[in-house]
Design a protein around this ligand. Structure first.
Ligand SMILES: [Fe+2]
Length: 307
């Protein structure tokens, strides 16, 4: 893997909102996650992989992102990342230190320009790989809606060290921090929110099997199955009980850093976002669900510059 960013991967995302933990059975019994930890008003799920906090739900009166969770290779990369972000005048929530939650490890937190909390963690608890055929291995990517795509793209590339993989017209940009085509993508919108969170299956058979499991339980695909142009990944989207859009995906493109050139995929060509032409364009209801609920940003923000 080429280390162009000190961030080497996406661990997952934790969401907050009213009565979110009531949706546990959807994520556990249908979507295919496994409870890794729960306490009071918080539940955390793992996938088949070793990450203990792949997806989390926290009860809170306000809908939004609790934090997006990234990893670095080791503690010295973590310290170097912190230095880099202080230099860039990022809003620091906490300086590098030990985490005292169940996943432990070492890291820090910042706010992005739209007040999303980003948590960076290394040396965390690693669970034993628990491969269950037909169930998600990990969180593949998070797509964020933003009212200022240029500013957020600049933050992810110039400040965090991500690279642009591709564009979908002037509506979306796909960003990578490792050799996977995108771990974060940005989509133009009226407000900051989560567009969707994608979970990776290790084969096309497991991807289709997951769609079948949902269908048999009465949850039909809301968009898909199809294969996207940017990233070349098969997709199947569902709307979860709290209204969050979640995606099954697989076979996401691995980038060759020496050869890859970002491309602008046309939004006028129906095959661009739907290579197989099986899914058709997203319905109005799907587009509305993907707008997400406006996220006012992480509460209790601290306006320290980490000095
Ligand atoms: Fe996606």
């Amino acid at each position: 893997m080429t280390n162009f960013s000190l961030i080497d991967g996406l661990r997952g995302i934790v969401m907050r909102g009213p009565n979110l933990t009531e949706s546990c059975s959807f994520f556990e019994n249908l979507w295919g996650l496994t409870l890794s930890h729960s306490e009071n008003d918080e539940v955390f799920f793992r996938c088949n992989g070793s990450e203990p906090i792949a997806y989390g739900l926290i009860n809170n009166p306000v809908f939004g992102i609790e934090y997006i969770h990234f990893s670095t290779k080791d503690r010295s990369s973590m310290n170097a990342l912190f230095k880099q972000l202080v230099k860039q005048n990022c809003t620091i929530i906490s300086k590098p230190g030990e985490f005292n939650d169940f996943s432990g490890g070492y890291g820090f937190e910042i706010l992005d320009p739209e007040n999303r909390r980003l948590r960076f963690r290394t040396d965390a608890l690693k669970l034993t790989n628990n491969k269950k055929w037909g169930y998600p291995d990990k969180v593949s990517h998070v797509v964020l809606n933003t009212p200022d795509m240029e500013r957020l793209q600049d933050f992810f590339t110039s400040v965090l060290g991500f690279r642009v993989s591709d564009y979908s017209g002037d509506q979306m940009v796909f960003l990578r921090c490792n050799n996977e085509h995108h771990t974060i993508a940005l989509s133009r919108s009226n407000h900051p929110s989560v567009n969707h969170v994608a979970f990776d299956l290790s084969s096309i058979d497991e991807f289709m099997h997951s769609i079948g499991r949902m269908k048999q339980a009465g949850h039909n695909v809301s968009w898909g199955p199809g294969r996207h142009g940017p990233g070349n990944n098969p997709f199947a989207y569902f709307v979860s009980p709290p209204g969050f859009v979640v995606e099954f995906t697989t076979e996401l493109q691995i980038i060759n850093e020496k050869k890859h050139q970002p491309k602008v995929w046309s939004r006028n060509d129906p095959a661009s976002m739907d290579l197989w032409m099986t899914a058709g364009p997203p319905s109005t209801a799907q587009r509305t669900a993907m707008q997400g609920k406006p996220d006012p940003g992480f509460p209790n923000q601290i306006n320290s510059k980490g000095k």
